[in-house]
Design a protein around this ligand. Sequence first.
Ligand code: KMH
Ligand code: ZN
Length: 277
Amino acid sequence: MTGTLITVAPTGAEVDKAEVPALPVTLDELVAAAVACERAGASIIHVHLRDDDAKPTLDPVRLRDAVAALKDATDLIVQLSTGGSVRDGEEARLAVLDAEPDMASCTMGTVNFGDDVFTNRWEFVVRLHERMRELAVVPEYELFDLGHLAALERLLDRHGLPFGEHVHVDFVLGVPGGAAGDASTVTAFAEGVRRYLPEGTTFSATGIGRTTLPVMFAALAHGGHLRVGMEDTVSFARRQAVTGNDQLVARAAAAAALAQRPAITTVEARKLLRMRD
Ligand code: KMH
Ligand code: ZN
């Protein structure tokens, strides 16, 4: 069994900077967080950007600048979010790919998202998948519900393998409206990967809020990889706020080491995902 690939999702689109001052929202804060997280054991960074008012943005110039700055300061694999915020339209989400990231997220279906709806029409998912292949961007398929596994099987069957021909998925569990964030749900997803997806498919998992730890330990037990970060949780323990993303990465790296599957380097991560150097 390989070591553990750790993805950090430092910012997201939902957490309010005014409530969580440690959230990285400026480019300088993002780069500083990336450097610290790489040191702590992360190999992928999943990026959402904020504007000057700390609100989510898909501004193309900011996206290009962020990719360049992250590549300058770190060896992390840069994964841009095409999910954006629930208010972003399809064309702006597709245009994210023009910023030439190494990877991008691709959510496999529509899901209730708290009181909102995170919309991912089938036709849009197909466009994202095909545009990523055209641009040589490696997808991370985001699965918020069990049905998203069957949707991905259908996508690969009808529209072929992604660029690099390796399939990597991420279970995003514990979203109010999506699949639960507990050990038995991780087991169901891991079994679904083996049943529905190509041999060799790799998976990571993240649990939102208080589901972070059960999802982390269950994912490790199933030979999976980990995603952590302030996009998903801003609480480190009961009544203890997260001090920075590197704190969450360091905890994930310690758990992976205890599971005898220590965090892998960025070079090893590129190999695992069959990416170009
Ligand atoms: N912010 C969520 C609505 C992704 O990055 O691809 C969508 C999301 C998924 O975070
Ligand atoms: Zn995201």
